[in-house]
Design a protein around this ligand. Structure first.
Ligand code: CAA
Ligand code: NAD
Length: 283
């Protein structure tokens, strides 16, 4: 199927990044969020990222304006009526996602593909909220989207081969590398990454070392670009907690229990970089 117009739902850190790379690849883009102020914030991030590319001589001012000109804002899911692909990047909550997909099933054209950027929720269950489960698929980008090459592509139980192939091909047009994964909690990326982050939080909770020491050990000792607590702040502590809960529920294994300190920070509203405070403080 030829895809020309894409809708991205959620203008947060992931949605704004996905919208940026799609618009840069030449797709027409509808960016949707519940409130104008969230769209404003997402568009500011896109603008800043593009301006940096202009400063570095990788893009002209005119090209930047063309990319921005391809992005239309929306606070109404009915705007899905003209798109061939939707990529949902709203909050990591099954009820919210199922509601969004049920509405998209009503509004989007019959041939449209509905993709979710979920970090860990079962694609099969999201697909079951629609009457087109064969056209629902996981398209899991990594943060920060403009920089990271991977897109994990998750087949739900009913996902059609043709839909998989279309998404694989679109991923290539975005300059990303698709990797095929089956539908299990946390897929591959967060099945492995999040227990490591959770263990780092336990290491802090149990007083084994300071947060700085834990991060330094993993950066210098394992050559990770960011220590696990810095990375948790970067991902969002709420998202990290949701993912651990999904692993815990999905496998029923206590090895995935979220650290109480992670819960406490999320309850306090310390969500990491996006809220100004997590394990560290941010300007
Ligand atoms: N948005 C856009 N571009 C960004 C960016 C952002 N938020 N942050 C950094 N960049 C760009 C910079 O502009 C710079 O670009 P150029 O090289 O073209 O000039 C480049 O990235 C490198 O940036 P810096 O030199 O400032 O910093 P760095 O070398 O420390 O790299 C980083 C920053 C790429 C974020 C690096 O620290 C890193 O790779 N961290 C780990 C990220 C990671 O693990 N992501 C996966 C998270 S898990 C996930 O996404 C899945 C999930 O479901 C939770
Ligand atoms: P975020 O909190 O930065 O942004 C979420 C956005 O979704 C907010 O702007 C919010 O207003 C909007 N939203 C909430 N409900 C909505 C609705 N019903 N309709 C439209 N918009 C709605 O979160 P994020 O970090 O961008 O994560 C978004 C999704 O991407 C989650 O499913 C998350 O698990 C996944 N993800 C996150 C990361 C990460 O590192 N943060 C990486 C990969 C995937």
């Amino acid at each position: 199927m030829k895809v020309k117009k894409i809708m991205v739902i959620g203008a947060g850190q992931m949605g704004s990044g996905i919208a940026q790379v799609c618009a840069q690849a030449g797709y027409e883009l509808v960016l949707n969020d519940v409130k104008d102020k969230h769209l404003e914030r997402g568009l500011e991030v896109i603008q800043r990222n593009l301006s940096r590319q202009v400063e570095k001589g990788r893009m002209t001012e005119r090209e930047k304006e063309e990319v921005l000109g391809r992005i239309v804002r929306s606070t109404d899911l009915q705007d899905a009526k003209e798109v061939e692909l939707v990529i949902e990047a709203a909050v990591e909550n099954m009820e919210v996602k199922r509601q969004i997909f049920a509405q998209l099933d009503d509004f989007a054209p019959d041939h449209a593909i509905l993709a979710s950027n979920t970090s860990s929720l079962p694609i099969t269950e999201i697909a079951a909220a629609t009457n087109r489960p064969e056209q629902v698929i996981g398209m899991h980008f990594m943060n920060p989207v403009p920089v990271m090459k991977l897109v994990e592509i998750i087949r739900g139980l009913a996902t059609a081969d043709e839909v998989y192939k279309t998404i694989e091909q679109i991923t290539h047009t975005l300059g990303k590398v698709p990797v095929e994964v089956n539908d299990f909690p946390g897929f591959v990326s967060n099945r492995i990454l999040m227990p490591m982050i959770n263990e780092a939080v336990y290491t802090l909770y149990e007083g084994v070392a300071t947060k700085e020491a834990i991060d330094e050990v993993m950066k210098l000792g394992m050559n990770h670009p960011m220590g696990p607590l810095t990375l948790a702040d970067f991902i969002g502590l709420d998202t990290c907690l949701y993912i651990m809960e999904i692993l815990h529920d999905g496998f029923g294994d206590d090895k995935y229990r979220p650290c109480p300190l992670l819960r406490k920070y999320v309850k306090a509203g310390w969500l990491g970089r996006k809220s100004g405070r997590g394990f560290y403080r941010y300007e």
